[in-house]
Design a protein around this ligand. Sequence first.
Ligand SMILES: [Ca+2]
Ligand SMILES: [Ca+2]
Ligand SMILES: [Ca+2]
Ligand SMILES: [Ca+2]
Length: 346
Amino acid sequence: MSSTSSYHLNDATVADLTGDGRDEIVYGAMTVNHNGRPLYSSRLGHGDTLHVSDPDPSRPGQEIFSTFESMSDSGGRGAALRDAATGEIIWSMPSTRDVGRGAAGDIDPTHPGAEAWAVTVDGEWNSRAGELRAADGTLIGTDIPAANFMIRWDGDLLREILDHEFDPNGDEPAGRPYIAKWDWEEREQREILAPEGVFSNNHTKGTPVLRADLFGDRREEVIWRLEDDSALRILTTTDVTGHRLRTLMHDPQYRPAVAWQNESHNQPPHPGFFSGTDMEEPPAPDIRYVGAPPADGDDGLPPVRSAARCTAPGRPASTRRCGSPTPVTRSCGTGNCPGPYRTGST
Ligand SMILES: [Ca+2]
Ligand SMILES: [Ca+2]
Ligand SMILES: [Ca+2]
Ligand SMILES: [Ca+2]
């Protein structure tokens, strides 16, 4: 771990990046494999933001968008998108300073996949100057939305901006939160909700108490504290939607993300699939309660999520997938498992 330990971040994400059904931990530039050993280090150094999901569904697997603090460590990269399983840098945003804010989510339906943006110009927490790039790295513009936090709020599948107004020199003890949409034609954000009576947390980060799909309709509720700290208030959207998905809390990557959302430098939770305009319906998650008996035909092992599928003799083509960039030895029925997936038991 010595080669990777100096490249931590202020945030960590739990996700199965290798497709073997076992979670890795992304701790900034350092990614730890499910067995506790380093998977790789991107060697891009420390940074303040981390977004792990599938922002580019045209590329296999997940990608990681993060920003960086030391330009000497990152080689002059203020932010980068990298392959989550290997650390390969796909594209990056140049900068000359600590880039403390960045985000990635689908905010522009005219570009496939999610967009990513960061405060690469002046590094200020509330800057609207930086780079906004499409998932393939195309530079869309240098006007950016707020880069603190995001939410799934209204009826469409795009991501909304969750941020706050904050005057560090004023009398007000905390930030005034708001939700906004990115106007991709005018290239500016427009507020759609500015709730009265509540404050945000965390100084210039301005995060809510929690933001998650609590009520199960794939949109996200947001919890803020009352101005006098006497109670919490849960707000939910009233917008009608024609887009129907399972609750995000059934996604094995999103659910723990709700738990780590408030760890250190808060980050918004992401699912393990692309979420946005023209998204494919995510497959039903293969989950069960701890201690529950296995279902018929279930070998009791975790599902494997990658390219190849396991087609054991005497058994229909399964939705359980067998390929993995990392060789693993696991039971696969009675055989015929391609690639690194080997017949046998652990
Ligand atoms: Ca894994
Ligand atoms: Ca991808
Ligand atoms: Ca997009
Ligand atoms: Ca939306």
